[in-house]
Design a protein around this ligand. Structure first.
Ligand code: MN
Length: 241
């Protein structure tokens, strides 16, 4: 290689290296809004993997349709609006936002929570009958005494949540499995949650989740929920931990 071509080679190699260093931030800029923050369509609802009427009679089709296409869609939209307004970097996942939620606005808290909780909820339900994996069943039995005792305790947390909120089966940071409940759209991933941890299963007990079919009978909605839990999904989350 002549000196000139060697110099050209070194220069172009350096340019390639600098290019790859810059690549991730350039890609981010490409998808960012005018002032460098997220575009409004960044966070998206995943499509449901079953029809609106697939969970009947536990959850009726109209409730599912309104819940998914209106309520949950509104949380997703408002999360995008908040992320845009609060200059959230495009590389941030919703989980990362939740982990530091005390640094953001109430709008972000309500809607990052609302989006995450509903995305988890849809996947936690299935029209197919499923059962917990051996490992998950063992952990539940060890923690709560039996599967029935677990369901009773979880149902009680869901029934006694005053107003709107969620009941959770979660694993906390020292691997302990427990049941908790949060108000509004809070969840155990939030740094300001009373009982922090990784949610395995969540139940939405907002009236919008059941009122059309069950009216004031939240307990009947909770009984119906146990027939449509996607234990394959919950087991998978547990075993990945
Ligand atoms: Mn809901």
């Amino acid at each position: 290689m002549s000196n000139t071509s060697r110099r050209k080679f070194i220069i172009s190699s350096a340019a390639v290296a600098a290019g790859s260093l810059l690549a991730s931030s350039s890609v981010n800029k490409l998808f960012a809004g005018a002032n460098g923050n997220l575009p409004h369509s960044h966070f998206k609802q995943e499509p449901l993997t079953y029809a609106y009427n697939a969970l009947e009679p536990s959850i009726d089709a109209l409730t599912m349709e309104i819940h998914y296409s209106k309520h949950a869609a509104a949380y997703c939209k408002a999360l995008n609006d908040a992320a845009h307004a609060e200059n959230v970097d495009v590389s941030k996942t919703v989980e990362a936002i939740l982990k530091d939620i005390s640094k953001y606005s109430t709008k972000m808290r309500n809607n990052a929570g609302g989006h995450y909780n509903h995305e988890l909820f849809w996947k936690s339900l299935s029209p197919k009958t499923t059962v917990p994996s051996v490992k998950l069943a063992e952990a539940i039995t060890k923690t709560f005494g039996s599967m029935e005792a677990f369901k009773t305790q979880f149902s009680d947390a869901a029934k006694t949540r005053f107003g709107s909120g969620w009941a959770w089966l979660q694993v906390n940071n020292d691997k302990k499995m427990l049941i908790s409940s949060t108000p509004n759209q809070d969840n155990p991933l939030m740094d300001l949650a009373e009982v922090k941890g990784m949610p395995l299963l969540g139940l939405d007990v907002w009236e919008h989740a059941y009122y059309l079919k069950y009216q004031n009978k939240r307990a009947d909605y909770i009984d119906g929920f146990w027939k449509i839990v996607n234990w394959d999904f919950v087991s998978e989350r547990f075993e990945k931990m």
